[in-house]
Design a protein around this ligand. Structure first.
Ligand code: ADP
Length: 774
């Protein structure tokens, strides 16, 4: 319903003297007035038809009586013709009404003439005046008055002058006084009739205005009622919305409370799980240091591996909830992408070798050596994808590729990563759900592969945080490829990680690449071409021997170890028979112990996955004929540096309430030659620090009586004290914890479970710092 009233079309009309001023729609008033006038005109016209015919008939009757047919038909007929022709020819004009007025006066003159002035036929003029009132137009009286005046004046005069053809009155005299009185009275009657016409018109208009006003008021009332109904409805809706808002607010507060409770629960759980895990992992690494039988060693390794897995699960859950609650923040710093990828290769290299899977990587040339971003989180994504690929691939290869997808003029780079495997693949209908938390393709209770189903969900979230997307293409039985992108920029530091000028002297030299794996051949070829060497490719030992037999001279041979029909060693033996001096580099998998027995065949034996830097070194050495036939094997487990305390004599205090963890750290420190003092809470730590000047305090955070943060504040507050280095030792590894420790005055932070390498690293770092300070 349209509620608008155009103000332009409304006018304030004073109705009658006493009626209140009210608002009337001007357009409507006009329409109604026009309609009313048309009605008056139509009705009056109809009336006139009867009157005029009546007048004409009266003329004819008088003609019959007084034998004036010529006058009756001539004058009466002409008058009617004049009236109707004007009315027909000018229908839109009111002119015919004025003709009518004149006609009525002429009929009067006609009757007077027909009766030879016998009766007072000028009364017909007054009848005419009265008839004309019906048109409600006072001006219509004027022609009648004029014609009556002229007729009386002219005919009276002519008759008086003895004109026998003129009939005006039986009284044959000209008395100006009588004439004036006649005309005056006629004028008065005409005036009164005009006044009536005027009043009639006015009262009609007032009536119309009142009707229109009533209609307006009615409409206004409807609008007001409608408005009121709308306002009521609006208020009801508003009240409803307010209630909904209050409920939403309540729900938000509830959700926030739940979220806080979840975070606290997670922090607590993390703490509670990490504390015993510290015992398990710490004790296991200590156990591994003791003399063990083969079987015991295997058991120890299993415990360590399980501990690490469990820790991985806890970290995954923590990461996931951290991302979910929006608490994950990414670092922004330059890092070397190639070494990040090589780090991944390091993690999975040994496992790939054991299961005979080729682990390959290729970073395309236009990818900057250093990029900006969060190295750790990128590694986390890649570790997860490569870890999955390893888990679900029994044979074949796993390939990690990096290329520039898009480079914007403002320096923003979109890097595309690809992790491709030749594993079991993922059915199309399961691919959608992969990135949902806790979802696995095989969710049966008897499933073969372990996992929480969180890895891809976390990876997707991290990729999103890095401004990219992740997707999968897969075919069951053939393998899967996970693609993801990140938005980054080239790092400020752009030194190439490998100085390639050493090989410049050997530009163009031919290197034979022998590998049954096509991807690996392509990667090696691209790499060698980048170093300006000329690669020659062979897909098998036989093909290589054929090439060499065909007088192909090569300066160096890169050969894979595992190849069908003829492995790397047999190939090398065959080559050595004819080409005694060509350096051969064997690309082998870790754990191939027997390769050491043949190292005289090779200028170098490289373990896969191949790192660019190592390859570069070996090729350079080989081409310079300086290859000292080295074996680049993996190192055995690192042993504890028992002499650390001799290099850095330190007084160490450990504040830790958990008995097992006390033992763990005590054993570790004792193993490297220290005799730490152990206390069980913060207060004891403060007291101990006041008595002895310790160099380093390892401070647990959650302890009874006085916690680690408070104890640190107390120690830092005692200005008389020799200030020790305080390192937090805590299972609280949520975001913000480290900051809190540093704010309390601590120098460093180690998360539980304590890793041997990390502890040793921190000890070395702070011992050096103390030496420097001294
Ligand atoms: P999980 O910890 O269970 O591996 P993810 O989120 O990393 O959790 O993976 C979810 C599921 O996706 C896996 O359980 C597996 O079924 C499937 N999946 C992931 N990567 C691969 C792959 N490369 N090949 C086959 N299936 C895969």
């Amino acid at each position: 319903m349209t509620l608008s009233f155009s103000m332009k079309n409304r006018l304030v009309t004073p109705m009658t003297g006493s009626s209140p001023i009210s608002i009337v729609d001007r357009d409507e008033l006009q329409t109604q007035t026009d309609y009313f006038r048309a009605l008056v005109k139509r009705r009056s016209d109809n009336l006139m038809n009867y009157f005029l015919i009546g007048f004409f008939i009266v003329g004819l009757l008088l003609a019959g009586y007084y034998d004036t047919w010529g006058i009756a038909v001539g004058v009466g007929g002409l008058s009617l013709v004049a009236y109707y022709s004007v009315k027909l020819l000018l229908p839109a004009s009111d002119l015919y009404q004025y003709v009518l007025s004149a006609t009525l006066a002429i009929f009067m003159a006609q009757y007077i003439y027909q009766l030879h002035g016998l009766f007072e036929m000028h009364f017909f003029a007054f009848i005419g005046c009265a008839i004309l009132i019906t048109y409600q137009n006072w001006k219509l009286q004027i022609p009648l008055l004029i014609i009556v005046g002229l007729h009386h004046g002219i005919f009276n005069y002519l008759q008086y002058k003895g004109n026998t053809d003129i009939y005006f009155s039986q009284l044959n005299y000209l008395d100006w006084q009588t004439f004036a009185i006649h005309i005056l009275l006629t004028t008065v009657i005409v005036f009164i009739c005009g006044l009536w016409a005027y009043q009639l018109k006015k009262s009609g208009e007032i009536q119309i205005a009142q009707t229109v006003q009533m209609a307006g008021l009615q409409r206004e009332a409807t609008v007001l009622m409608e408005r009121k109904r709308n306002a009521d409805e609006l208020e009801a809706a508003w009240r409803k919305a307010e209630i909904a808002l209050q409920e939403a607010e309540k729900a938000r507060i509830e959700a926030e409370r739940a979220n806080r409770a979840k975070s606290i629960f997670l922090a607590t759980m993390s703490h509670e799980i990490r504390t015993p895990m510290n015992g398990v992992i710490g004790m296991t690494s200590l156990l591994a240091e003791t003399p063990l039988t083969g079987q015991q060693h295997a058991y120890t390794e299993t415990i360590a591996a399980c501990g690490e897995t469990l820790l991985g699960v806890i970290n995954d859950i923590l990461d996931f909830s951290k991302i979910e609650s929006g608490g994950m923040e990414l670092e922004e710093e330059d890092f070397d992408l190639q070494s990040s990828i090589e780090h991944i290769l390091d993690i999975f290299g040994a496992r790939a070798a054991r299961s005979g899977i080729e682990l390959l990587n290729q970073v395309e040339r236009d990818v900057p050596a250093f990029i900006r971003g969060d190295d750790l989180r990128l590694r986390q994504i890649l570790t997860n994808l490569v870890g999955n690929a390893m888990k679900f691939t029994e044979q074949g290869e796993i390939f990690i590729g990096v290329r520039v997808e898009h480079g914007a003029p403002d320096g923003v780079l979109t890097l595309g990563f690809e992790v491709r495997d030749t594993g079991i693949g993922i059915p199309a209908d399961k691919q959608e759900r992969l990135f949902k938390a806790f979802s696995q393709v095989d969710s049966s209770t008897t499933r073969k592969y372990g996992g929480t189903g969180l890895g891809l969900a976390i990876s997707q979230q991290l990729v999103r945080l890095m401004g990219g997307t992740i997707r999968v293409e897969s075919e069951p039985g053939k393998g899967s490829t996970f693609y993801f992108t990140i938005r980054t920029r080239a790092g400020v530091n752009q030194e190439p990680p490998i100085p390639i000028d050493g090989l410049a002297a050997h530009a163009g030299k031919k290197v034979l690449i022998v590998d049954d794996n096509g991807t690996n051949r392509t990667i090696l070829r691209t790499q060698l071409e980048y170093w300006n060497l000329t690669p020659v490719l062979a897909a098998s030992g036989v093909e290589a021997l054929d090439l060499l037999a065909g007088d192909e001279r090569v300066d160096l041979i890169l050969s894979d170890m595992q190849m069908p029909f003829m492995d790397g060693i047999r190939l090398a033996q065959n080559i050595r028979n004819r080409h005694a001096h060509v350096p051969i580099i064997l690309l082998s998998s870790v754990g191939d112990e027997y390769k050491k027995n043949h190292h005289q065949l090779f200028s170098a034996v490289m373990t896969k996955p191949i790192k660019q830097q190592v390859l570069y070194r070996h090729i350079l050495a080989g081409l310079q004929h300086q290859g000292r036939f080295t074996v680049d094997g993996r190192q055995g487990p690192s042993r504890l540096p028992e002499n650390l305390s001799a290099t850095f004599p330190l007084d160490i205090l450990v504040a830790e309430d958990n008995a097992i963890n006390q033992q763990v750290i005590q054993y570790i420190l004792q193993k490297i030659g220290y005799t730490p003092t152990i206390v069980s809470n913060g207060q004891e730590a403060v007291d101990a620090a006041a008595g002895t000047s310790y160099d380093i305090i390892f401070m647990d955070l959650q302890m009874p009586e006085v916690d680690g943060l408070e104890a640190t504040r107390l120690i830092r507050g005692d200005k008389a004290l020799h200030q020790p280095v305080i390192i937090a030792l805590t299972a609280n590894t949520m975001e913000g914890d480290e900051e809190e420790c540093l704010l309390a005055g601590m120098n460093d932070y180690i998360g539980k479970p304590v890793k041997l390498e990390e502890l040793l690293g921190k000890l070395r770092k702070w011992a050096l710092h103390l030496q420097h300070r001294a």
